[in-house]
Write a protein that binds this ligand. Structure first.
Ligand SMILES: [Fe+2]
Length: 251
């Protein structure tokens, strides 16, 4: 008699991914507001996961990849790595219900529908060594970006969340979709600063000023447009021992 795949593998240790821990609370309240001079849409959902502690516990069991990873620069076209200091672990599990809920919110609130949602577990430490570029606002390739805060409320240190910026010189709050390098240099996307510095996201510098902070709270889901100039924000001297933890998405 043929063995089932499970029987064939029964002599090996087998851990099965259970996507039920990512269940979204029923009856969530979706709050939508527009920020900045260009009325950039932000969606916020409190008490998002039904079992946020289980999500956090599960993500903490996965081997984590340290960033900056000296073997791969985040600017490499095929890099699965970002600019933030700490650990960024990219997931490729199918998480159907979560995906459907996020897609529904994106469709209703942003009028956007895409194919895949990419997930990463991000654990960012303050005052770490990073590429200098990490301290400047960035834009994401995806139409939407977002994160679910997985720090318990008593782990949240000072002002933190996602901060949004305006280019002082031009008033732009999102990038012009041009491949012309003069614009990229105006945004300070180029030349990229790949020398090392201490991680300290800005409130204001010579080029940018922050106009909004989308604050973190345990189990809060924030969703915004990837084209807006933004960064993960934390105050100086915070998150030195316990990292800022999020399940981040790009869609
Ligand atoms: Fe981003």
């Amino acid at each position: 008699m043929n063995q089932s795949p499970d029987q064939e593998q029964s002599t090996l240790p087998l851990k099965v991914f259970d996507d039920r821990i990512f269940e979204v609370n029923s009856g969530i309240n979706v709050t939508t507001y527009d920020v900045g001079n260009h009325k950039n849409r932000i969606v916020s959902v409190d008490n998002f996961f039904a079992y946020p502690e289980k999500v956090r516990d599960f993500l903490l069991t996965i081997p984590q990849q340290f960033i900056p990873n000296p073997s791969m620069k985040p600017t490499a076209w095929d890099a699965k790595a970002g600019f933030y200091p700490g650990y960024q672990t990219y997931l490729s599990f199918q998480i159907k219900e979560l995906e459907e809920k996020i897609k529904k919110i994106a469709q209703i609130e942003f009028g956007y529908s895409g194919r895949f949602i990419n997930y990463s577990f991000q654990r960012i430490f303050g005052h770490s060594k990073v590429f200098k570029q990490s301290n400047w606002p960035h834009c994401d390739d995806s139409a939407l970006a977002g994160n679910i805060c997985l720090n318990f409320d008593d782990e949240i240190e000072g002002e933190t969340g996602t901060s949004f910026y305006r280019v002082k010189e031009t008033g732009e709050e999102y990038f012009h979709p041009s491949t012309c390098m003069y614009r990229k240099s105006r945004y300070c996307f180029t030349p990229q600063r790949m020398d090392m510095d201490v991680y300290q996201p800005i409130v204001e510098n010579t080029k940018y000023i922050r106009y909004h902070l989308d604050e973190h709270k345990f189990n809060r889901f924030n969703l915004y447009e990837g084209a807006c100039f933004h960064t993960a924000f934390m105050e100086k001297g915070k998150y030195l021992n316990t990292p800022r933890m999020t399940l981040s998405i790009s869609y």
